[in-house]
Design a protein around this ligand. Structure first.
Ligand SMILES: Cc1cc2nc3c(=O)[nH]c(=O)nc-3n(C[C@H](O)[C@H](O)[C@H](O)COP(=O)(O)OP(=O)(O)OC[C@H]3O[C@@H](n4cnc5c(N)ncnc54)[C@H](O)[C@@H]3O)c2cc1C
Length: 399
């Protein structure tokens, strides 16, 4: 065995053995409702945290953290191979909340919040609003400082897992003066606070992954502000960049670990010798390898302090297009059987083998965290230096 890969192969065996003993069994059949979903997710997260595999991407000073990129990839691939539940419930907590706290949180904020995340506290993200999605800086949810608290009024939309969350990463407007971005402030909201109402949103494929959050004279202590007042845009970029880069290393590695589903489909339909099918599978495998390599390079650049504006968008765009190709091939190879709408497995992940649901769900990643079109704009304008989109342009404006 190559000396360089030996430690990785030994980690792979260690994780595989651990998963054999600890991975939940038959959870897909059970997770058809929220109660089972919550139980499975909470139990699995606690077990992973105990085993030291819940947060391999965290810095070394935190329990379970400090894994190299190569080690993280091995862990994620083995989690996918063992068909374990994807941690949908704690995803925002361990990635979005934690990485923003690591970058912007004071020592006191980190000491308070990070251990609670490891104990299973659930976070959601409250950025988008009915008229502020791609144009996030247009958000209107208002916070007014009164002594030691901010008083918040407004509405947030599409907060993933918001209905189950304890805390919320909240982006608010504290000023309407000057540039739109300059008037934003970043708060850590307790969703149990007086004046907060959370309503789940029912989706077309039967799940309820999001919620809308209404804020009515909600008091948030000034001590729960991340960064300075008016610095919210910069803090939010850290959260978004974690969604467009960091989380996607896990998702890309998981996708690579799930390729056996396509191989199984090919075998089950007796098409191992079909050149067209093998070509399509080969193309997909190449795309997945490229997506994994781009995500890895992004993280390596970030660790080296060499991340460029737009790099995270490149990772996000590559992942979302590859996921579409993966689920599209699943639907095509699955034939008529893949056209049935099987019941949704709550928290099932992105490549579950319920091909029609997977295919519909793959569109979510072309919108979440900034749509593909917006990522292309960022890559074109900020990474490649191409001419900027004209301001104030609307469909039909030229007519
Ligand atoms: C699965 C999922 C999870 C999400 N989770 C969260 C969450 O937890 N918290 C949260 O705050 N939000 C969340 N969102 C919301 C998400 O951030 C927004 O949906 C996204 O930013 C797009 O905003 P919008 O829906 O208002 O669409 P719009 O901004 O209205 O866009 C509509 C269409 O116009 C296109 N478009 C807009 N501007 C441009 C432009 N300048 N150039 C070219 N095309 C453009 C878009 O690409 C899109 O096709 C989630 C969304 C999804 C799908």
């Amino acid at each position: 065995m190559d000396k360089g890969t030996e430690p990785l192969e030994s980690l792979r065996r260690e994780v595989r053995d651990w998963l054999e003993a600890n991975a939940p069994k038959d959870w897909r059949a059970a997770c058809t409702g929220h109660a089972a979903f919550l139980d499975t997710q909470r139990g699995w997260f606690a077990k992973l945290a105990e085993g030291g595999y819940a947060v391999p991407h965290w810095p070394a000073e935190w329990p379970g953290g400090g894994r190299t990129l190569a080690e993280q990839k091995v862990i994620y691939e083995e989690l996918a191979r063992a068909d374990t539940p994807r941690l949908l419930l704690s995803f925002m907590s361990t990635y979005h909340a934690a990485s923003t706290l690591f970058e912007w949180g004071s020592a006191a904020q980190q000491a308070h919040y990070i251990p609670r995340i490891l104990q299973g506290e659930i976070w959601c993200q409250g950025f988008s609003e009915p008229n502020a999605g791609s144009d996030l800086a247009a958000l209107r949810c208002r916070a007014e400082r009164r002594g030691d608290v901010y008083v918040v009024n407004g509405q947030k939309l599409w907060s993933t897992m918001g209905q189950f969350a304890d805390k919320c990463l909240l982006l608010v407007r504290t000023s309407s003066e000057g540039a739109k971005q300059a008037g934003l402030t970043y708060l850590l909201l307790d969703l149990k606070a007086k004046g907060v109402t959370v309503r789940p949103i029912h989706q077309i494929h039967g799940d309820e992954e999001f919620a809308e959050v209404f804020l009515d004279d909600v008091e948030v202590p000034v001590a729960d502000r991340l960064g300075e007042e008016g610095q919210g845009w910069a803090v939010a970029q850290s959260t978004l960049s974690s969604e467009r880069g960091l989380t996607l290393m896990e998702l890309s590695a998981r996708m690579r670990g799930s390729q056996w589903r396509i191989a199984d489909l090919i075998r089950a339909s007796g098409r191992e010798e079909d050149a067209g099918v093998l070509r399509d599978f080969g193309r997909l495998a190449t795309k997945i390898d490229a997506a994994v390599a781009i995500a890895d390079q992004f993280l390596a650049n970030r660790i080296a302090g060499e991340e460029r504006v737009g790099d995270a968008s490149l990772v996000k765009l590559t992942y979302s297009r590859t996921l579409r190709a993966f689920t599209d091939l699943g639907v095509r190879l699955g034939g008529i059987g893949a056209q049935y709408h099987e019941p949704i497995v709550f928290g099932g992940g992105m490549e579950t083998g319920n091909w029609m649901a997977d295919f519909m769900n793959s569109y979510a990643w072309t919108i979440a965290g900034g749509s593909d079109e917006v990522q292309r704009n960022i890559i074109a304008e900020r990474l490649l230096g191409m001419p900027r989109e004209p301001k104030g342009w609307t469909v039909g404006a030229a007519a």
